[in-house]
Ligand binder design. Structure first.
Ligand code: VGL
Ligand code: ZN
Length: 285
């Protein structure tokens, strides 16, 4: 009645319909992730020869450039943000503002425990400028966030001045504590603009145990679309002020306990390469 050709065509069509149905049923939903690389305080004063040098600070610049350039070129990072420690000369964290007190001793500054530092990152000085090898080209850097401008309070995090979780009474007495730099609001607005489902923030820079750790911790407090966002510190793209391995290990544990992932740059580089071959629609810019 029907020709052989008819039956072959029928079976072929049925097979195609079944295959398409199977693919549709098993396809993963496309989750669009806004990925942000925050490069913390990669400034001359934190590099060798600087006024608050972190040993080997300049050695991470090559890794940071690689992550930034590859990440931007292959569409892995949507945003690259630099934070810049930017103090007035009379900043309250400087030991020389407290006659008789030495650098690297603790003091109380407007109600908060404050480590006294050597004079560093004073606006418009060489030490305040970014490391000369850091790729700061316009294709790479989307935003530069100054911090530490208020002499009454230090600002380790790129998101908020210190004291954000101080007691309410203290915050009432010193209303300038914990003020936002605007970075969280900026990242959330960019995510909404692109209709991203999730946000990932990778943190690199100086110093691991101060500004990098504080920035990662504050990033982890950001809630986007009802969920705490994902945060990673790329450990070998940072250097610590502390030089004892157990101190660094303790800080890693502290971050991990907060759900912050501590990863290595090789793994992120591999992930950037791999992401370029996933035929998902790119984020709209
Ligand atoms: C930093 C101490 C004082 C840092 C900034 O970038 O880690 N540390 N100011
Ligand atoms: Zn500082």
């Amino acid at each position: 009645m029907f020709s052989t050709g008819f039956w072959i065509a029928l079976v072929a069509i049925a097979a195609i319909v079944a295959l398409v149905a199977l693919m549709a049923a098993t396809a993963k939903p496309i989750v669009r992730v806004l990925r942000v690389l925050i490069r913390v305080d990669v400034q001359n004063d934190f590099c060798d020869g600087g006024n608050l040098a972190v040993s080997g600070g300049g050695l991470i610049v090559g890794i940071i450039n690689k992550l930034s350039r590859l990440g931007k070129r292959l569409g892995f990072y949507d945003l690259v943000v630099d934070t810049q420690d930017s103090h007035p000369r009379d900043h309250g964290s400087f030991f020389d503002q407290h006659p008789g007190l030495a650098a690297f001793t603790l003091h109380v500054l407007n109600g908060l425990q404050q480590m006294l530092w050597t004079v560093h990152c004073v606006v418009n000085t060489r030490g305040w400028q970014f490391h000369g090898d850091l790729d700061r080209s316009a294709e790479i850097v989307d935003k530069t966030v100054p911090k530490g401008q208020d002499k009454r309070v230090d600002s380790y995090s790129g998101f908020y001045d210190n004291g954000r979780d101080a007691a309410e009474a203290l915050k009432a007495q010193y209303p300038f504590l914990g003020k936002s730099t605007g970075l969280a609001e900026y990242i959330i607005a960019e995510a909404e603009k692109r209709n991203a489902d999730e946000i990932l923030i990778d943190v690199v820079g100086l110093a691991f145990d101060y500004c990098v750790a504080y920035t990662a911790k504050d990033a982890r407090t950001i809630v986007y679309r009802g969920k705490q966002i994902r945060v990673r510190v790329i450990l070998d793209a940072t250097k610590a002020i502390a030089n004892k391995p157990h101190e660094i290990e303790a800080k890693v544990k502290e971050l991990e306990a907060l759900g912050i992932e501590v990863v290595m740059s090789d793994d992120v580089v591999n992930e950037i390469h791999a992401s370029a071959f996933i035929p998902y629609p790119p984020m709209m810019h």
